[in-house]
Write a protein of this length. Structure first.
Lengths: 516, 314, 309, 319
């Protein structure tokens, strides 16, 4: 009976796994999705791309039952599909790995992974041993190196993301939705995720994959769908589009070179930042010179000392030994404010927790340093603040309804721009960037790269710590590769290649294998 | 052997309270010959009973990251209901009281869920309302609960008896519920992070309903214990339980921000609080110092938790 | 050592009356150090704690317990238990709704309320609009006193209680209540109050509203008596009903008699001492603290030690 | 910039306005049941509400930092005891009396602040513990019989009216309110406090000395609680144990009715003022109606619920 009700495809093939038709959604007066239609077939990976705030996450939330659409319909394998909650969607076979990860901090990895599906034994009580064993099996199957009894709160952003993905894949869903799963992952883990996606589709599952890294999209997508300002602007099968098509559909124009030009040589520039045998927990003694105007990149697999380095440079978890000097003068960066006083600005990777007061307006979030520098007698100059905030919104192209909109309501990329705007109120001497474009679209990325280029042209020494290989290669003058807290290799611009970086990143053994 | 997983972390949080209780016992017993007198141990169990039940109810709410300030009023109301109905209903008055407790819990849940009032303020308001109800029912202490209730329940006030059985049963049940069932996991999940819990498929409303109902239920059960102890109703008698129940839970390692702590700790916290007062009396210490001592013990115990690696502060 | 061990439960330390009650007891106990040892416990106004304290005193096997029940019913089982253990129970200043005690030393709160009400009714010539200031709902002292007053006013159909409010025996609450009631009621002919501090609040509210003072009932609190004295020439009239704190010393005497095996009257319910305008001068002590209560056996020196000015 | 534009920008937050609206409603009910309209009666209520109002300001500051202060009641009670003891009824002691009282208050705040920041004890518990200790110390040192009194001359602070129609205590309240508003909304220090309250980690990572600011907030709260205690003392004129105890729950309720959030980052002085007045006017209204005590509790509870339900209803509509 149900078969009669469902539209039979004309070509006689199976109905689409998920068909979205005419979906609209608005938040208040903000129309976020207009009349969006597309479909995902069984066994297919559909990539969804678009600028920050284009509506991708919103669309996926609609598909996964977080909230209902204002208009339009969904069908799943031909049957009407109107999930009332994420749980209902999951029951129907649609799993969403959130962009903002939903890890429960007080539960262990295993408990998070098998939440709601804990194996039960005697009297229907949860069997903790089996729970951890099962979790370890799932993680091992994906190749993720995550210990099952660590607490959620102790995981890094990348580990949280991996756990989130594992949670969704474990369900062996009919449709898996991954919202920017790779944003905080290094290439090794990204590879694992793509492999898992492939396994799932091979088994007949479908995947919707959101990413701002277009290379991943080119590699993984059987089909690409592009959103711009809530409207569908491209819907093409593999081979029917190239990078430039995607970019054009996303931003409405072609971005030819997203990276700024680098000067040929920097050898004549003075040394701005000098580390001498600097050590921090998780970081072996590091000696480093960064010249004025130079961009030095740090690459490596997840968790090889990137975080300690970023936190030590910014003064959050200061160096415990060695010396650090700016412009030749030793500066003890024992706290963030000492760092700021010495001219070191640093952009944190976890903008939600470490960068922003989400419930406060854009104005208050961007203006801190601008005001600190210009306040008189401790008075806060409100007019100046407003002017500065307006200007920052223009200069950084922050998309918001105005400077009074709470930052929570901005899309991720725009939130990141707010963080930049705050730190760059005053031109620093040293800029430490830690995953500066995590979850940021190409358009905004281009803006941020241009800004970094401008700053380096003004003589700012930039330390770039990133998991995004293209970004490292495109931006840096020199790349150090970290392995287990130590620099295991250095590449000059001429020698940059993903392969070279990967080889060094795999550590001495990996390098040996590759060399052989 | 501690079980694997977050239960282990949570159980360890109750350790300071356990050590504190043990220390008080050691001191009180070595300095006062009366401590191990049969009468005293029985008294202690009887005092732990209402406090630990109220604290257990509070723990449900606290694990879920909420709070219930109406516990004291519910206890008062329960004694009033018991004292006005037990003569005619006999033991059937007890389920009636428990239902009234559930109704108070429902009031809290409804306010928090449908009116979206912050739990602290909602239960503060409902505490006034419930107290009003108790005063309507019984404007001044009185009523009567028959002595047979006392004899049947507290008997000769011995260490081993119904009160101990109720405590053990309630805490064992709750221990299994929180440590080893999916429902318990959902409560911890909600307390750990609302949004994440929702995204993981936790029916937030249902969990909120259940924890407030549980808190109302256990407060009413504590009220029954108090009512039988005093064999009458008193519209103000529960007042001091509200903060004591929270204090006992927290002393036992329950985090006010939710998601952490375990049921055995709550029992240890309740025991420790009861022991402090008892030790002061038996050792004839200056009673004026008792409150100061309680405050200081609190600070020291909390310091121990915080040193023991707490990740988040409220 | 042949001495009696007596447990004294200090029911509350939050107001000067209860403090003086305890001081009175202590002063008496010092006179009998050859005969008694005292174990002090403190209930802080919490009935639960009071029950626990009594149980602990039983554990300590004292010979007698002197307590001021904070609830007329809740303590009964605990007191029964104490008596079953052969401990003499002396109730001080408050009673329970059962016979499970050996002696009661008090002034009846119903009579306390009645005494003030009768004076007020006389003073108003049997008619007028009055307001009543009560203590705390659910506390028997407050309920009993008001019950006594209502009994009296019921006999005077022309006296109308336009408002009866709870002001917690507290000055500030009394003042807030009366200020607002004054605004709403152009005619208030008298104030029946069951506490000196509330009456002070009422006086100040009348003065702030620039309304002529009306007859008000008060207590034997020295601060109140001083004020009354000051206002006498303005035609203010009052009555100071007293629940004397010397009950504290009396309780110990009775307890010792009990333990000595002498016959004692079980219910020693004393008449309510009153202070009227005629003998105000005898009781007011201008050089002593406001907190001090006139119904005492303490010497001025002892009062000064307890309440410095 | 034109004054009008400035005024537009200074428009109070929606939450404050809601609290004010509820207050107006209650006042209407109040005057209707009093059967007359009298501005003086209104002002008299404001005058008597001042102690609570001042304490609420402190609570609001702590709430802005995402913390809670359960020791304000005990601190205000302690202030009353210290003030009376030092005053000993003699105007000549005004300076030392006020200074010592505020000093004692500041110490409580310092203890609270250090416990929550250095020992990392959640504020709910830290301040609960201090409140127990402070109340215990008061009983211990006074033996339950506090000494001294406030001289009549000092009671002018709460009992007298400027020009016969402006109560001094209302002026003090207003002045403190304006000072705090200036501090929070017009100085860098205040801005840093708001940022710390809204996201502590982010504030730390921006080099804001958040721990110090939290301590500062607790010290301010205790100072204001002590000030509330001083005002209460001026009203009563005497020393008595526990006069301020009711402030703890009342101040939280009032601040939250006025729009404060437990999650921090919000400071609405106007709302805090309205919240304090709401609680006070409810009390006055209940005295007027002379309801039976049971009904009184019920009405009080319902009004708090109503105030908060209104707030969340609006929030829900907007999101
Ligand atoms: N709950 C909400 N309330 C109001 N506005 C919202 C809400 N959620 C999203 N928005 C707005 O909707 C728009 C689309 O957001 P969405 O999260 O879907 O973008 P996105 O394409 O996922 O961006 P990104 O690439 O940064 O993740 C944004 O402008 C955002 O500010
Ligand atoms: N007013 C709001 N109330 C509640 N939630 C909101 C509101 N505005 C936004 N959100 C949530 O926050 C998200 C912010 O937008 P978005 O998802 O684009 O950021 P993000 O994608 O999480 O950032 P990132 O890409 O860096 O991870 C929205 O998707 C929505 O879920
Ligand atoms: Mg998104
Ligand atoms: Mg994003």
């Amino acid at each position: 009976m149900a078969m009669l009700a469902s539209p039979l495809p004309s070509d006689g093939a199976a109905p689409a796994r998920l068909a979205v038709s005419g979906v609209s959604k608005s938040f208040g007066s903000n129309l976020v999705l207009r009349d969006v239609s597309f479909s995902v077939r069984a066994g297919e990976v559909v990539s969804l791309v678009g600028e920050n705030g284009a509506g991708k996450s919103t669309l996926m939330h609609v598909c996964a039952g977080t909230f209902p659409p204002d208009g339009g319909t969904l069908t799943l394998d031909g049957a009407a599909y109107r999930p009332a909650s994420p749980q209902a969607a999951r029951t129907a076979g649609v799993a969403l790995a959130l962009q903002e990860t939903a890890i429960l901090p007080d539960l262990t990895v295993a408990e998070n992974l098998l939440f709601g599906a804990e194996p039960r034994g005697l009297l229907g009580l949860i069997d903790q041993r089996r729970l951890h064993r099962d979790a370890e099996t799932v993680l091992a199957g994906l190749g993720f190196a995550l210990r099952s009894d660590r607490l959620g709160a102790d995981l890094s952003a990348a580990e949280r993301q991996m756990l989130e993905i594992a949670k969704a894949i474990r369900l062996a869903p009919r449709l898996l939705i991954l919202d920017e799963p790779t944003a905080s992952l290094s290439s090794h883990e990204t590879e694992l995720v793509l492999k898992a996606m492939a396994r799932l589709t091979a088994a007949g599952g479908s995947v919707i994959f959101i990413s701002h890294r277009l290379d991943e999209v080119m590699e993984a997508a059987d089909h690409a769908v592009v959103l711009k300002d809530g409207t569908l602007t491209l819907d093409a099968p593999r081979g029917g589009f190239d990078r430039d098509d995607l970019i054009r559909a996303m931003v409405g124009r072609t971005l030819t070179d997203i990276f700024p030009a680098r000067p040929a040589t920097l050898a004549d520039r003075p040394v701005r930042l000098a580390l001498d045998a600097a050590v921090a927990p998780g970081l072996k003694p590091l000696t480093l010179d960064v010249r004025a105007g130079e961009i030095v990149g740090f690459a490596g697999l997840e968790g090889q000392g990137q975080r300690p380095l970023a936190r030590a440079l910014s003064g959050i978890a200061p160096f415990t030994g060695g010396t650090i000097a700016v412009d030749g003068a030793a500066v003890p960066v024992r706290s963030v404010s000492r760092g700021i006083a010495a001219g070191i600005a640093s952009i944190p990777d976890d903008r939600k927790h470490e960068g922003l007061a989400l419930d406060l307006p854009v104005r208050m979030n961007v203006s801190l340093f601008a005001l600190s520098a210009r306040s008189r007698w401790g008075w806060l100059r409100q007019n100046l603040e407003r002017t500065f905030a307006e200007e920052a919104r223009r200069r950084f192209a922050i998309r918001s309804t105005g400077i009074e909109q709470p930052v929570r309501q901005l899309s991720g990329g725009n939130q990141q721009k707010v963080v930049f705007a705050r730190w760059l109120a005053e031109t620093p001497k040293v800029l430490v960037l830690y995953e500066p474009t995590k979850g940021v679209d190409v358009g905004a990325k281009t803006e941020i790269y241009r800004l970094v280029g401008e700053l380096s042209a003004q003589g700012v020494a930039v330390v770039l710590i990133s998991a995004d290989m293209l970004e490292l290669i495109g931006l840096s003058d020199r790349i150090h590769v970290l392995f287990e807290g130590a620099v295991t290799g250095t590449l000059e611009r001429a020698d940059f290649s993903e392969e070279a970086i990967m080889r060094l990143a795999a550590g001495p053994e990996g390098a040996a294998v590759h060399a052989a | 052997m501690l079980p694997r997983g977050s239960i282990r972390t949570n159980l360890l949080l109750g350790l300071p309270a356990l050590l504190l209780a043990a220390a008080i016992v050691a001191v009180a017993a070595s300095w006062s010959g009366d401590f191990f007198a049969a009468g005293n141990l029985g008294n202690l169990v009887n005092r732990v009973l209402p406090l630990s039940l109220a604290a257990l109810g509070q723990a449900f709410v606290l694990f879920a990251g909420r709070i219930d300030l109406s516990v004291g009023s519910v206890i008062s109301l329960s004694t009033a209901i018991l004292a006005t109905t037990s003569t005619s209903l006999g033991w059937a008055a007890v389920p009636l009281v428990l239902v009234a407790g559930l109704a108070c819990g429902a009031l809290n849940a409804a306010g928090v869920i449908y009116l979206r009032i912050n739990p602290l303020i909602m239960t503060l308001a409902s505490s006034a309302i419930v107290k009003g109800a108790a005063l309507i029912l019984m404007p001044t202490p009185g009523g009567e609960v028959d002595y047979t209730f006392y004899d049947a329940f507290y008997g000769q006030d011995l260490l081993v008896g119904w009160p101990l059985a109720v405590i053990l049963l309630a805490f064992l049940g709750a221990f299994l519920l929180f440590g080893f069932t999916r429902f318990g996991r959902r409560i911890y999940a909600l307390g750990s992070d609302d949004r994440a819990a929702y995204a993981n498929g936790v029916d937030v409303r249902r969990v909120e309903w259940s924890v407030f109902l549980a808190s109302g239920f256990f407060a009413a059960a504590a009220g029954v214990a108090v009512g039988i102890k005093i064999l009458s109703g008193d519209p103000l008698i529960g007042d001091s339980f509200t903060l004591d129940a929270i204090a006992a839970a927290v002393l036992g390692g329950v985090a006010l921000q939710g998601g952490r702590g375990a049921v055995p700790g709550v029992l240890a916290g309740s025991i420790a609080l009861v022991l402090i007062a008892n030790a002061f009396n038996l050792l004839e210490l200056d009673p004026n110092l008792q409150q100061i001592a309680k405050g200081l013990i609190f600070v020291v115990a909390l310091m121990l938790f915080m040193r023991g690696g707490v990740r988040r502060t409220a | 050592d042949g001495k009696y061990t007596i447990g004294y439960d200090n029911y509350f330390m939050g107001n000067s009356w209860s403090v003086q009650l305890a001081a009175e007891f202590k002063a008496e106990a010092e006179k009998h150090t050859d005969k008694v040892n005292v174990v002090y416990v403190e209930s802080a106004g919490d009935t639960q704690k009071q029950i626990a304290n009594i149980e602990d005193l039983i554990t300590k096997k004292v010979d007698a317990i002197i307590t001021t029940p904070t609830s007329p019913t809740a303590l009964i089982p605990a007191l029964k238990k104490a008596r079953a253990a052969g401990i003499k129970i002396v109730l001080l200043a408050a009673t329970i709704k059962s016979q499970d005690y050996d002696a009661l030393v008090t002034v009846d709160d119903v009579a306390f309320g009645r005494t003030g009400a009768e004076w007020l009714a006389q003073k108003l010539g049997g008619k007028g609009d009055i307001i009543a200031l009560n203590g705390i709902a659910g506390i028997s002292t407050s309920d009993d006193r008001f019950k006594g007053a209502e009994e009296v006013f019921a006999k005077y159909p022309d006296i109308k209680i336009v408002a009866a409010v709870n002001a917690g025996w507290d000055y500030a609450q009394g003042k807030q209540a009366v200020s607002n009631l004054l605004a709403a009621n152009p005619k208030i002919d008298g104030v029946w109050s069951q506490g000196g501090a509330m009456t002070l609040g009422a006086i100040d509210a009348f003065e702030a509203a620039q309304r002529p003072l009306v007859p008000m009932t008060g207590e034997d609190n020295n601060g109140y008596l001083k004020r009354w004295k000051q206002l006498e020439d303005k035609g203010f009239d009052s009555i100071g009903t007293s629940k004397p704190t010397w009950l504290g010393s009396e309780a110990l005497r009775v307890t010792i008699d009990l333990l000595d095996g002498k016959a004692v009257e079980k219910d020693m319910v004393l008449p309510v001492p009153t202070i009227t305008a005629a003998d105000l001068d005898k009781f007011v002590k201008p050089d002593l603290s406001d907190s001090f209560w006139a119904g005492t056996r303490l010497t001025d020196e002892q009062v000064k030690a307890t309440f410095a000015n | 910039m034109s004054t009008s534009a400035y005024l537009v920008r200074m428009r109070p937050a929606a939450a404050s306005l809601r609290a004010v609206a509820l207050l107006v409603l209650l006042l209407v009910a109040f005057f209707v049941s009093a059967g007359l309209f009298s501005p003086l009666l209104l002002l008299d209520n404001v005058r008597q509400a001042a102690p609570l109002g001042v304490v609420v300001l402190g609570q609001a500051i702590v709430l802005m930092m995402g913390r809670l202060d359960l020791s304000v009641g005990a601190t205000a009670s302690m202030a009353n005891i210290v003030l009376c003891a030092v005053f000993a009824g003699d105007m000549a002691n005004t300076g030392p009396a006020v200074a010592l009282t505020l000093g004692a208050g500041a110490l409580v705040g310092l203890a609270n602040g250090l416990m929550t920041t250095k020992l990392r004890i959640p504020s709910f518990l830290a301040t609960l513990a201090t409140s127990m200790i402070v109340a215990g110390l008061v009983v211990f040192f006074t033996g339950g019989s506090p000494r001294g009194a406030v001289p009549a001359g000092f009671r002018v602070v709460t009992e007298a009216w400027l020009f016969g129609f402006v109560p001094y205590s209302a002026l003090i309240w207003l002045a403190l309110l304006v000072l705090l508003m200036l501090l929070v909304h017009f100085t860098m220090l205040g801005r840093k406090m708001i940022l710390s309250g809204a996201n502590l980690v982010a504030a730390r990572h921006s080099g804001i000395p958040s721990d110090g600011l939290i301590v500062l907030a607790f010290v301010l709260s205790s100072l204001l609680a002590a000030t509330g205690g001083i005002l209460v003392s001026a009203i009563t004129g005497m020393a008595s144990i526990g006069v301020g105890n009711g402030f703890t729950l009342d101040s939280i309720a009032a601040a939250v009715i006025g729009g404060a959030l437990f999650s921090g980052g919000v400071f609405l002085p106007l709302g805090a003022m309205a919240g304090a007045l709401i609680l006070f006017v409810v009390q006055s209204l209940l005295y007027l109606l002379a309801l039976p005590p049971a009904a009184k509790f019920i009405v009080q509870g319902l009004i708090i619920m109503l105030a908060l339900a209104l707030a969340s209803f609006r929030k829900e509509k907007s999101s």
